[in-house]
Design a protein around this ligand. Structure first.
Ligand code: SF4
Length: 336
C-alpha cells in the first residue's frame, strides 16, 4: 500500500526569484508557458475539491503542504487556501523564500494572520542561490515572526560542494537558529540547475538499492496533474498518476497501487529499474554519477521514450517471473 506523508499542492510555477538551482525552473513570467507545469495558478475552489477528499483517505497523513513557485505571492488567494486546511481538520505547512518579510512589522503581520487561519509549520528555502536575489535578512525576519507566533520552523538549505551549509547559514545569528530544525538537501542537476550550475559542483555519493516509499507525498499541480512525490516526478510525464480535476484521489491512488512500475520504483528503487534498462540494451545510466535516487529517477523518467523502455523492461521481467502463475487481483482480506 502506498503511504503518503502529505498532500502537496503546487499552486503556481510563478516565483519572484529565478534561482539557478530550481528544478521546476520557476520564475517571474506571467505570460509565457513554463518548462514544467503551466502559468496557471490553483484557485481556492479547485484546491477545496482536492482537500475535502483527504480526511477520507487512510493512506495519506492528514496534512497539506503548499509549494510552488512561490505560493505566497498571491497573498489573498494563499490566505484562503491556508484556511481550507483548518476547515477540513488538516495540519497546514508551506515552503517559502520569505520575500514577504520586507520589514519586521510586515513579517509579523503576515505570519500572525496565517497562524490564525491554521498555518502550523513553515519550511524556509535557503541557499546561496536564493541569496543572489534576496538578502539573508528576509529569512531572519521570517524566523523571528514565526517564533513569535508559535510556528514550527524547518530551514531547508540546498547545498553543493562550495555552497555549503556553513556558507548558507553563516549570516544567521545563532540565537535565531535556536529551536529550528535544519533539513539539508543536496542540489540535484535537474531542470534549471542542470544548465546553470557547473557539473563538478554537485555532490555525488554511490547510489544504492532501495525505493522511496518513506518519502512520498501525493503532489497535485495547478493543472490538476497528480504525482507520487515533489522530488522530481512532478516534472515528468511518465510518472503522472492522473488528473484530480477529472477523477477522485481515491481512484488515482488505487490505480497507482496496482501499477508494477510504481511498486518497483517505490520498493526496489530507481537503481533496480536502471539495471533492468541496461540488461535490455537501453541506456546505461549507472555509468553516470548521480546525487541521489531521485536524480537517477529523473534521468529514467524525464524523457518519454526512455521511460517507455523502462516500463517495457519491467513488464518483460514481471512476465518472465510470473509465467508459471495465474495473477488475479482481489480486495484486501478477501478469500478464494
Ligand atoms: S525516486 Fe522518483 S518517485 Fe521516488 S521520491 Fe524520488 S523522484 Fe519521487
Amino acid at each position: 500500500m502506498l503511504q503518503f506523508n502529505a498532500v502537496v499542492l503546487i499552486t503556481t510555477n510563478i516565483c519572484n526569484l529565478k534561482c539557478r538551482h530550481c528544478y521546476p525552473a520557476s520564475g517571474p513570467s506571467r505570460s509565457e508557458a513554463f518548462t514544467y507545469g503551466s502559468n496557471k495558478t490553483m484557485t481556492a475552489q479547485q484546491a477545496e475539491h482536492y482537500i475535502k477528499q483527504i480526511p477520507e483517505l487512510k493512506n495519506i497523513n492528514q496534512r497539506i503542504h503548499f509549494s510552488g513557485g512561490e505560493s505566497t505571492l498571491f497573498a489573498q488567494e494563499f490566505r484562503a487556501l491556508v484556511a481550507l486546511g483548518k476547515k477540513y481538520g488538516l495540519r497546514v505547512s508551506v515552503t517559502t523564500n520569505c520575500s514577504w518579510a520586507k520589514d519586521q512589522e510586515k513579517a509579523d503581520n503576515f505570519i500572525e494572520d496565517l497562524a490564525r487561519r491554521g498555518l502550523t509549520r513553515i519550511e524556509i528555502s535557503l541557499s546561496v542561490f536564493h541569496q543572489e536575489f534576496l538578502d539573508i535578512n528576509y529569512p531572519i525576519r521570517a524566523i523571528r515572526a514565526c517564533k513569535k507566533h508559535g510556528l514550527e520552523i524547518i530551514l531547508r538549505p540546498i547545498v553543493t560542494k562550495t555552497a555549503s551549509i556553513a556558507k548558507t547559514l553563516q549570516a544567521i545569528p545563532p540565537k535565531d537558529l535556536e529551536g529550528t530544525t535544519i533539513a539539508v538537501s543536496k542540489c540535484m542537476p535537474m531542470g534549471r540547475a542542470k544548465s546553470e550550475i557547473p557539473p563538478d559542483e554537485f555532490v555525488y555519493p554511490e547510489i544504492h538499492y532501495g525505493g522511496c516509499q518513506k518519502i512520498l507525498n501525493l503532489t497535485i499541480r495547478q493543472d490538476g496533474s497528480v504525482y507520487p512525490c515533489c522530488a522530481g516526478s512532478d516534472i515528468t510525464n511518465a510518472l503522472r498518476l492522473g488528473n484530480a480535476d477529472r477523477e477522485s484521489l481515491r481512484d488515482i491512488i488505487a490505480r497507482a497501487e496496482l501499477d508494477p512500475l510504481l511498486v518497483a520504483l517505490t520498493e526496489q528503487g530507481p537503481r533496480y529499474l536502471a539495471e533492468l534498462l541496461r540488461e535490455t540494451g537501453g541506456k546505461d545510466f549507472l555509468k553516470e554519477k548521480h546525487v541521489n535516487i531521485c536524480h537517477l529517477c529523473n534521468d529514467l523518467f524525464i524523457d518519454d521514450e526512455i521511460a517507455k523502455q523502462v516500463r517495457t523492461a519491467l513488464a518483460d521481467r514481471v512476465g518472465k517471473g510470473l509465467k508459471n502463475f495465474t495473477l488475479v487481483s482481489l480486495p484486501a482480506h478477501s478469500i478464494i
